[in-house]
Design a protein around this ligand. Structure first.
Ligand code: LLP
Length: 406
């Protein structure tokens, strides 16, 4: 839908996260359709944007949830996602998290190490609940993405290698407290090359064939998330090609395909709206200082990630445009949102719109420098509404206040 950013800034102030729910739905339905004719479950990766209303939106469309902490599992449940559509992954689950996940009756716990398998078995036995599990396999494939978000190589901390996985499946099959029903892999995020996905999918489906041959009844083939999106000039993988690659690797097998998209569903359906505070010139260097910062959107500082930024004033790029950095008020040199951007002159109060901020934006935000996190807005069917209030000073000190000495 057409969003009136100026109006939203007036009503809700800045900085402000804004999401287009129609766009999120469209993307979900396109992906779901690409798997038509197959048994499939889309388990939305809650970490990309965990606002309850966002999760609820996907839940209403039929989505499950991929979670990496018990907090995310509880968010998914609170937002109405059925327990049998929830997957719990992560390299370091605590006993309490495992116990709570078992009590919730989620679809499966995704194991990331042998030690964790024994731990889950023990907790399951203590509760008298059989644990449905999958094992995250590390297929040792280079996903060709940013090293910080690449996970499918042995040098990464994620998953277990194939031979170890086989031994674990055999152990789990013979355990009274473990029910191995799924296999999982996730080779990285922001993937724009289909070959590593094909390769990983093939390696893991071969594993499934060998497991079925020895009586381990795998029913869920979980391919993780990772579908890339356009931030600048990337060429994303068409979802039809993605689905075809996966479907063809498991031809002849009776499996439910699970995929865990996060960024693909949310990134391009979200913006961070902010305001220019000042301009300043240090020698030859021009800075536009804005009222949002790395505590609201960490991706540029952490990954040198590019986000398209638009100034919403009437000046067009012209001969007065010069190169400028856009920076926030935080006391860190790394606090920048864009570097060397050609910008027309701006004035205090001009709005700036940061694109592709729907994924890993708010969820990675912090209170650094005691800055309250932004409010969040959902736009849908021609209307916009608040889905999270701006964090106040009182919200930020709530858990400390009563410990002050007299
Ligand atoms: N499944 C698993 C097991 C994952 O580890 C992830 C992401 C996903 C699904 C969802 O991936 P997506 O579809 O969103 O690519 N903070 C980084 C991204 C970290 C991704 C971590 N794992 C960023 O801002 O780019």
């Amino acid at each position: 839908m057409k969003i009136d950013f100026k109006e939203l800034a007036k009503e809700y102030k800045t900085p402000l996260y804004i999401y287009d729910f129609d766009e999120m739905s469209k993307r979900y339905l396109e992906l779901k359709e690409a798997f038509e004719g197959e048994k499939s479950l889309i388990a939305y990766a809650v970490k990309s944007n965990s606002n309850l209303s966002v999760i609820q939106k996907f839940g209403k469309l039929g989505s499950g949830a991929d979670c990496v902490s018990i907090g995310e599992v509880l968010r998914a449940r609170r937002a109405g996602i059925e327990a049998y559509k929830i997957i719990f992954s992560g390299v370091g689950k605590s006993n309490e998290e495992i116990a709570q996940a078992l009590k919730e009756g989620i679809l499966m716990i995704n194991l990331e190490s042998e030690a964790e398998m024994y731990r889950v078995e023990e907790v399951a036995k203590g509760l008298g609940i059989e644990a449905r599990i999958s094992i995250r396999v590390n297929p040792n494939v280079d996903p060709k993405t940013h090293p910080y978000i690449s996970t499918g190589l042995h040098e990464n901390k994620f998953g277990v290698e194939i031979n170890m996985a086989k031994r674990m499946y055999i152990y789990a099959k013979n355990s009274n407290w473990l029910d191995p029903i799924g296999v999982h892999f996730h080779i990285g995020s922001q993937l724009t090359d289909i070959l590593p996905i094909k390769e990983a999918s093939q390696i893991v489906s071969d594993l499934v064939r060998s497991l079925l041959a020895i009586g381990v009844e795998i029913r869920f083939f979980d391919v993780g998330g990772g579908l890339g999106v356009v931030y600048k000039d990337e060429e994303p993988i068409p979802v039809e090609d993605y689905a075809k690659a996966i479907i063809s690797s498991i031809r002849g097998l009776d499996l439910t395909i699970v995929c865990e998209p996060g960024r693909y569903l949310t990134a391009n359906a979200g913006w961070l709206l902010a305001k220019v505070l000042y301009e300043k010139q240090n020698g030859s260097k021009r800075f536009v200082i804005v009222d949002t910062a790395m505590n609201d959107l960490l991706r540029p500082s952490l990954y040198k990630a590019y986000h398209k930024i638009e100034i919403l004033n009437d000046e067009k790029d012209n001969e007065d445009s010069t190169l400028s950095d856009i920076v926030g008020p935080i006391c860190e040199s790394g606090d920048w949102l864009a570097k060397d951007l050609l910008l027309p002159p701006t004035k205090s109060g001009d709005l700036i719109l940061i694109h592709s901020a729907g994924a890993y934006g708010f969820t990675m935000a912090s209170n650094y420098n005691t800055r309250g996190r932004p409010a969040e807005i959902a736009c849908e069917d021609g209307k916009c509404r608040l889905i999270r209030e701006r964090e106040s000073f009182e919200d930020m000190i709530r858990l400390e206040q009563r410990y002050l000495e007299e």
